[in-house]
Each structure stands twice: as C-alpha cells, then as structure tokens.
Design a protein around this ligand. Structure first.
Ligand SMILES: NC(=O)c1ccc[n+]([C@@H]2O[C@H](COP(=O)([O-])OP(=O)(O)OC[C@H]3O[C@@H](n4cnc5c(N)ncnc54)[C@H](O)[C@@H]3O)[C@@H](O)[C@H]2O)c1
Length: 335
C-alpha cells in the first residue's frame, strides 16, 4: 500500500508551534506519513497576496486528509473566513468536536465525554447574504437550512453514536423562535431519530442547553446541532474540560477531511511558548481514528494522558509550568 500523504497547513499565530508538536508526536508514535506543506491565512497572504492560494486548495483535494493549524482572517477588510470557505468548497458537512476529561487538568468537572456534531455548511454561520445599507445603519443576514443538509448531519450523528456505543443524541435547536430554519432542522432530525430506536433521542432548546451544560454536563453524550449553535456550544464544552487547548475538531465530508484545533490563532500568547499543543495532538488522534489506525491513536492518547496526569509537566492553561516545547518533549519521552 502506498504511503498516505497528509496536507499540512501550519497556520497563523500559535499554529506553527502546535502543529509542529503534533507532527513530532505522530513520528515518535511510528506513523509513517508523507507531508505536503502548504500555506493559508495571514502567512499565505504575506507570501502570495492570497489568503487561500490555489496550490493549497489543490493539495487539500489531492491528498484528501489535511492537518491544519488555526488561521487568522483579517476582520473588516472584506475577506471571507477561510475556514468557512474550506468547509463549503470541500463539502465538509460534519464538524466533530469531542471533549473528554483528562485527569490532572485544572478543569471544573471530571468524567466529561461529549461529542458535539455541528452542521458545517449551512445556517447563519455560513455568511450567506451579509448586507449593510449604504448609510451603515441597517445590517441584514440570511440563514438557509435545507432538508438535505439537516438529514445528512442527523444521520452522521446517529451513526457516530451507534458506532461508538453511545446511548443518547441530544438535538439542540431554537425551533420555538426560529420556526422555519430551526424548525426544519428539528423536524428532520426527529425523523432521522425514529430510524435509530436503539439510541435515545432528546430535544433541547439551545439556551437551556447552555445552562444544562454548565449545571450538569455529565447528562450529555452526543449533541447534534446547526452551524452557529455548534460553534458556540463547542467552545462552552471545551471550557468544561480545561479550555480551548484541550479541544480538537474534525471537518468531515464524503471524500475529504480536515483535522484542526477548535480554537483560533491566539494572538495574545503567540510567540511566547505558552500554547497548549494538546488541541492539535488530539486532532491528530481523530485523524488516526479516521484512517483506522486505532492502535497508534490509543498510544498517543495514553502518552498525552500520562503527561497531563503528572500535574506539573503541562502548559499554564492546564495548571502546569511547562512551555509548549517542554510539554511536547514530555509527551515524546513518554512515547
Ligand atoms: N479554526 C480556526 O482557524 C479559527 C477558529 C477560531 C478563531 N480563529 C481566528 O483566530 C483569531 C483569534 O481569535 P480569538 O482570540 O477570538 O480566539 P482564540 O481561540 O484564538 O483564543 C481564545 C483564548 O483561548 C486561548 N487559547 C487558544 N488556544 C490555546 C491553546 N492551544 N493553548 C492555550 N490557550 C489557548 C487564547 O490565548 C485566548 O485567550 C481570530 O483571527 C479568529 O478569526 C480561527
């Protein structure tokens, strides 16, 4: 079998340091990949004058699997979000964001194990029809939900639950107010749920979900929701297990996938050796699972868990005193 080539986008801000850490970890765990490095975001803009060069799109399409650091989209300069563009261009309709408690983190809760499955291409977040009146006094945006889009994400969520022996899928919506868009999403997800009698389907309004996640997060198993709600809820979930440094995400389409951290380029800590590389290491674990390399995924997860459990050998956000490089070295040593 030929070697798998992974497209790598190191990204902006803390991106390069945490992506390089993840690649070192993959190598140490014995993963024999080829890597094709390409640019996007501010790094690409500076080098090529484009935020998302064609060569990058070609590499993503060619290799099918991409590991990506966070990207900075300049605000208010007429640029469309690169992430939104990538998700739409490659039809990466499912955004899978797991959060799991690791022993030793300074988190509010223990025993959290929640997967948020977010529709990734439709809804308010997709930036459809963003208009501002000429006098700058009235702004307008539109949100489109399709039955097809709602059905495929609901099927994805219930299939994930079944494959991973999970018991419950919570459908999160705001159909009481957003009667057309959220209403169609809920109605479609309900119909899909009826095809999975082995899995409990629960419905919950998004504002209540926020409160429930803070008060009693252990009740959640798999959450499926629309794009914008998923964006917000998944950061909330990251906060339950120690912060954004512990939150990976996979963008999955029919024949292409991009693995990344949930967080952004963290300009406040960029260049200071403070970033927690766990987010991209955990994204690499998701990538290995997607490639059905479970043994390597488990090996890396165990090493990471061991180092985090040690308490002090972690980055500051987890309560430790190590920088990105020393934390990574500890994981490599454990491997
Ligand atoms: N997937 C992506 O590429 C992505 C996602 C979100 C935001 N962004 C972009 O990132 C930029 C910065 O956004 P922001 O500041 O709102 O959010 P952010 O996620 O970059 O940072 C939020 C907070 O979390 C902390 N943090 C994030 N990752 C961390 C890590 N690995 N270790 C330790 N602490 C970490 C940061 O220091 C900051 O205090 C913006 O340009 C935004 O558009 C990109």
């Amino acid at each position: 079998m030929s070697k798998q080539t992974i497209t790598v986008i190191k990204g902006d801000g803390i991106g390069p340091s945490i992506v390089e850490a993840a690649i070192e970890v993959l190598a140490k765990a014995g993963c024999d990949f080829d890597y094709e490095y390409v640019d996007a975001g501010l790094t690409a803009l500076e080098k090529t004058g484009e935020l998302l060069p064609q060569a990058t799109l070609d590499a993503i399409a060619r290799n099918k699997i991409t590991l990506k650091g966070p990207l900075t989209t300049p605000v208010g300069e007429g640029f469309t979000s690169i992430n939104v563009t990538l998700r739409k261009q490659f039809s990466l309709y499912a955004n899978v964001r797991p959060v799991i408690s690791f022993k030793g983190t300074k988190a509010r809760y223990e025993n959290i194990d929640i997967i948020t499955i977010r529709e990734n291409t439709e809804g308010m977040y997709s930036g459809h029809r963003q208009l501002l009146s000429e006098d700058g006094l009235v702004a307008e945006a539109s949100s489109i939900i399709t039955r097809e889009g709602a059905e495929r994400i609901a099927v994805f969520a219930f299939e994930t639950a079944r494959r991973e022996n999970r018991k419950k899928v919570t459908i999160v919506h705001k159909a009481n107010i957003l009667k057309s868009t959220s209403g169609l999403f809920l109605k479609t997800a309900r119909e899909v749920a009826a095809r999975y009698p082995d899995i409990e389907a629960q419905e919950m309004i998004v504002d209540n979900t926020c409160m429930q996640l803070v008060m009693n997060p252990q009740q959640f198993d798999v959450i499926v929701t629309t794009n914008l709600f998923g964006d917000i809820l998944s950061d909330l979930c990251a906060g339950l297990v120690g912060g954004l440094g512990m939150a990976p995400g996979a963008n999955i389409g029919k024949d292409c996938a991009i693995f990344e951290a949930v967080h952004g380029s963290a300009p406040d800590i960029a260049g200071k050796n403070l970033a927690n590389p766990s987010s991209v290491i955990l994204a690499s674990i998701q990538m290995l699972e997607y490639l059905q390399m479970q043994d390597k995924a488990e090996k890396i997860r165990a090493a990471l868990a061991d180092v985090i459990a040690s308490g002090d050998r972690t980055t500051r956000d987890l309560g430790g005193s190590f920088g990105t490089t020393d934390f990574t070295a500890a994981v490599l040593e454990r491997l």
